[in-house]
Design a protein. Structure first.
Length: 100
């Protein structure tokens, strides 16, 4: 379960909360009732600094992009050359295509 860090915009106190990813973010400072903003801790790989309050959309877009990239990287670009496509469909030549 990830740890979320919040900072109060009023008293500047920081709070940590263990929450599931689907849990609603905290919005209220338990100490003074001020507005909390969620900080992204070091565990998430990047730190968001700024005055923005909700960064959920930004984050989820980054996450989606990264995931897409991963999937593309994982997917083979050509039919496996080691198996030999034998038809030239792999676009390879010589050793990488058995039809050559
Ligand atoms: Zn506060």
């Amino acid at each position: 379960m990830p740890t979320y860090e919040y900072e109060c915009g009023k008293c500047r106190r920081r709070h940590e909360a263990f929450q599931s990813i689907t849990a609603k973010p905290l919005t209220k400072c338990p100490a003074c009732g001020g507005r909390l903003k969620r900080l992204l801790g070091s565990g998430s790989g990047f730190l968001f600094k700024g005055s923005g309050f909700y960064i959920t959309d930004y984050r989820s877009k980054r996450y989606t992009d990264a995931k897409k990239k991963d999937e593309q990287a994982a997917a083979p670009k050509k039919p496996s050359a080691s198996g030999g496509c034998k038809s030239g469909a792999c676009g390879g030549s010589g050793d990488s295509c058995a039809s050559a």
